[in-house]
Write a protein that binds this ligand. Structure first.
Ligand SMILES: Nc1nc2c(c(=O)[nH]1)N[C@H]1C(S)=C(S)[C@@H](COP(=O)(O)OP(=O)(O)OC[C@H]3O[C@@H](n4cnc5c(=O)[nH]c(N)nc54)[C@H](O)[C@@H]3O)O[C@H]1N2
Ligand SMILES: Nc1nc2c(c(=O)[nH]1)N[C@H]1C(S)=C(S)[C@@H](COP(=O)(O)OP(=O)(O)OC[C@H]3O[C@@H](n4cnc5c(=O)[nH]c(N)nc54)[C@H](O)[C@@H]3O)O[C@H]1N2
Ligand code: SF4
Ligand SMILES: [Mo]
Length: 741
């Protein structure tokens, strides 16, 4: 029996854990009390992850879809050879631009897969590279590129030293933080109020976070108006820090003039917040010694997500809070992703547009919302094949039915995933990966937003089922069969021709070794490298906080200034003003609810995470329920202009009148039996993929704030008469043969 210090790669918190390993199996997980950032914190998902590794529904062999829709085991060579042959035919007939790649959220902690899939898309020179960012955070990537010169330059809130945290559309107590890897985030926020500071949470729901602090309810999608109201007040009352602004940024006059004539009555109507309250909030924020305005999913899944993010960043700059202790700070990564994406030619915006809808590229990718039309629309560049890694896009993207139909109609669909999901049940092949702890890992993405700069690189601590493989290796094996190297690195294709293919760990190690803390290949004796970190067997800390006063080094623009003059947002503002948001037929605005014991659409198959009163239900304010004659527990039909679903309603004043909240990603119909049995319905059945209804600037999906009507559900037809549930994938008994349950 041995204990190994590892880090959890399920969510961005990337907590330190200690695993007890016995007979090549993790028998226990506990929080790592000595971890510099998570300091002894871990959530139930992290502790219970070994259950996933031994889940009987986990795939342990490559699976091939049969004509009747079921899956059967197949050998790796047979699968890879067939995939290679079919891919070659497609490339020969339609070009590499007809082949696509799909990258899901779980890649964020699987750098090998992440870099290899991105490399594959680059080598294929395809526009069909779709990522979870386009259903999450594309607005961030765009604004960062425009303002700071790189998609991945993302300042984050310094909770440890702030006097005022304004949290808009984020629920860190449940999500454990996103684009902010703070560690023990709940405690870090409670500390703010304990030392006399303030935390204001702007959210249509009195969330687990809002309950602990000052809650300011807002109508879904009202954030862009709130930001306009805040910035307008700052400008109107002269609260901006001009001197600091001019020192840090160009385009100051543009940004401030933009909001000069904002109508505060309209702000009140669109947010549901009294104009005087908005003004007071602006004064308090601007007047605080240090403050940060931080927004996440609640602010990034609306139709004006990019404009919202732009305004947030302007407010942080205008109040002097960028790059100062307690404000928004720049990360201090060991592997400089910004530099890396620059070298690989990855970072950028609007260097090309999508073929059918003409949506601007973001960090080299196209949005999932456009995918069904890219598959259905004939012509040069039509998408005919997809390679997806760790994504359940059919479940998590807009218009789930259109997504499923698109995946089903491909000539070739290969998915790398440990489960048969709602997405890859349409695949020709599903190829099983080595999962977390069965592969080595360095959290290359989240180390860019670590509040406590530290590095931890772990090797595989268990070997996993005998017939699963590293995702990156599977991708590389496929690429080999069509003569490409899955890399965008200069010279990679040439090297491939003489048989040299470098593993992704080498690249990450290289950037670490030449980075700020690297060993410079021996020149810096105390510097770090992959080898040194693995040998160390635990994290190494570099400082207690991220440095401030570093803006000149962090900005990628030549003049080293934040570029606030972005005329595109003047256009967006005009579009916003002209838009009428009220839809009398669908008067309630729906928003998503993320749960403590889920990770997006997966982990619903872990029995121990599904216990208790968990269910998929609509949360509705008593006033709205009374108006509709709905009692708590009634089955209701939720209808948007694009779809309808049925779930029970919970009547609760936890949600603001006029808004309704629904769990995301239930209603499973895949090969995960426990998840299927949990029932519920799919939020994204209600969500449009119309290109006119996504965030125009970034292509990000519109998910929160959609208008819906809610009525008592018509009595359900007799299940036998209706034919029962037919869509569930039958998993052959062979799938379940793994370690014990
Ligand atoms: N336990 C758990 N943790 C997770 C995940 C998970 O599924 N489960 N997923 C991970 C992922 S991929 C991400 S991106 C992060 C997300 O991290 P967060 O963004 O912190 O998490 P969400 O729960 O999506 O928070 C969004 C909040 O916005 C509110 N909201 C919805 N619509 C609006 C709106 O229009 N305006 C405002 N102001 N608020 C609104 C919601 O009520 C919710 O409280 O969480 C990560 N961590
Ligand atoms: N309604 C609504 N929709 C949303 C959101 C919302 O708030 N509301 N949030 C959005 C957000 S923030 C995100 S990030 C997206 C997420 O969208 P996706 O990335 O499509 O969804 P996930 O459920 O995270 O999918 C992860 C997949 O990875 C697989 N997986 C896990 N580990 C591994 C591994 O090691 N290797 C491989 N190959 N596969 C693995 C899992 O089985 C699962 O199928 O959803 C978005 N969709
Ligand atoms: S909070 Fe996130 S990283 Fe930490 S243990 Fe839970 S799932 Fe893992
Ligand atoms: Mo996400």
């Amino acid at each position: 029996m041995v204990e190994k210090r590892v880090w959890c790669g399920i969510c961005e918190a990337s907590c330190g854990l200690v695993a007890t390993v016995e007979n090549d199996e993790i028998v226990k997980m506990r929080p790592d009390p000595d971890h510099p950032q998570s300091k002894g914190f871990a959530c139930p998902k992290g502790i219970l992850f070994p259950e996933v590794l031994k889940d009987p529904d986990r795939l342990r062999d490559p699976m091939k879809r049969q004509p009747d829709g079921t899956f059967e085991k197949v050998g790796w060579d047979e699968a890879l050879d067939d995939i290679g042959r079919r891919l070659k035919t497609i490339i020969d007939e339609h070009g590499t631009e007809s082949v696509g790649c799909g990258l899901g959220n779980a890649n964020a902690w699987n750098y090998g897969a992440f870099l290899t899939l991105f490399g594959m898309a680059t080598a294929l020179k395809t526009k069909h590279y779709y990522t979870a960012s386009s259903i999450d955070i594309n607005g961030y990537w765009v604004v960062s590129q425009l303002l700071y010169g790189n998609n991945l330059t993302n300042p984050f809130p310094d909770f440890a030293r702030t006097d005022f945290a304004l949290v808009v559309g984020a629920n860190p107590v449940v999500s454990h933080g996103s684009m902010a890897t703070i560690g023990k985030i709940r405690e870090a926020m409670l500390d703010i109020t304990e030392r006399g500071g303030r935390v204001v949470v702007v959210d249509p729901r009195r969330t687990e976070t809002a309950r602990l602090f000052e809650h300011q309810p807002i109508l879904p999608e009202g954030d862009v108006w709130l930001m306009l109201g805040l910035l307008h007040t700052i400008v109107d009352e002269g609260l901006e820090d001009r001197a600091r602004m001019t020192e840090q940024a160009s385009g100051v006059a543009f940004a401030l003039d933009l909001v000069r004539d904002v109508d505060m009555d309209r702000v009140a109507a669109e947010t549901g917040i009294a104009a005087d309250d908005v003004r007071q909030l602006a004064r308090d924020f601007a007047g605080a010694r240090s403050a940060n305005l931080y927004g996440r999913c609640g602010a990034s899944l609306g139709r004006f997500a990019s404009l919202t993010k732009y305004l947030m960043d302007v407010i942080n700059v205008a109040t002097g809070n960028l790059d100062r202790p307690g404000g928004m700070v720049f990360g201090r990564p060991m592997v400089d992703l910004e530099f890396m994406t620059k070298i690989l030619g990855a970072s950028g915006y609007d260097r090309w547009r999508t073929r059918v809808d003409g949506i601007p590229e973001v960090i080299g990718s196209s949005p999932w919302a456009t995918f069904p039309r890219e598959v259905a629309t004939p012509g040069k560049g039509q998408c005919r094949a997809m390679f997806c890694v760790a994504t359940n896009a059919a479940m998590t993207s807009p218009d789930t039915e259109a997504m499923e139909a698109a995946f089903e109609s491909l000539d070739l669909f290969v998915s790398l995933d440990p489960y048969i999901t709602e997405t890859n049940k349409h695949a020709d092949y599903v190829l099983p990966p080595k999962m977390l702890y069965e592969r080595e890992g360095f959290p290359v993405f989240t180390q860019s937003h670590n509040a406590v700069p530290h590095a931890q690189w772990t090797e595989a601590i268990v070997s996993g089922p005998p017939n699963v493989r590293d995702d990156w290796r599977t991708l590389d094996d496929i690429c080999k069969r069509v003569g490409i190297v899955p890399s965008g690195a200069p010279g990679a294709q040439l090297m491939g021709k003489i048989g040299i293919r470098l593993p992704p760990s080498l690249g990450v190690d290289l950037f670490m070794r030449i980075g700020p803390d690297g060993d410079l290949f021996g020149l810096r004796r105390r510097g770090i490298s992959r080898k040194k970190l693995i040998e160390r067997g635990g994290p190494i800390t570099f400082s207690d906080h991220c440095p401030t006063g570093v803006i000149r080094k962090k900005i990628h623009h030549k003049d080293k200034l934040v570029h606030l003059e972005q005329p595109m947002f003047a256009g967006e503002l005009e579009r916003l003003k002209a838009m009428r948001t009220a839809d009398p037929e669908h008067p309630l605005r729906i928003f998503s609810i993320r749960e403590l014991r889920s990770q997006n659409s997966w982990l619903h198959n872990v029995d121990k995470l599904m216990t208790g009163k968990r269910s998929c239900r609509l949360r509705m304010n008593p006033a709205d329920a009374d108006e509709r004659g709905l009692q708590d527990g009634a089955e209701v039909r939720i209808t948007s202009r694009w779809g309808a679903i049925e779930v029970p309603v919970e009547v609760t004043d936890e949600v603001m009148a006029g808004s309704v909240g629904l769990n995301q990603h239930w209603g499973h119909k895949g090969g995960w039996r426990r998840a299927n049995a949990a029932g519920g319905a799919r939020y994204n059945d209600l969500v449009p993929n119309d290109p006119a209804l996504i965030d125009k600037v970034s292509g990000n999906a519109w998910i929160n704030g959609i208008g819906v009507s809610v009525v008592r559900a018509p009595a359900a037809p007799d299940a036998a008469e209706a034919g029962g549930e037919v869509d569930v994938v039958q998993v052959p008994a062979s799938v379940g043969q793994g370690t014990t349950t």
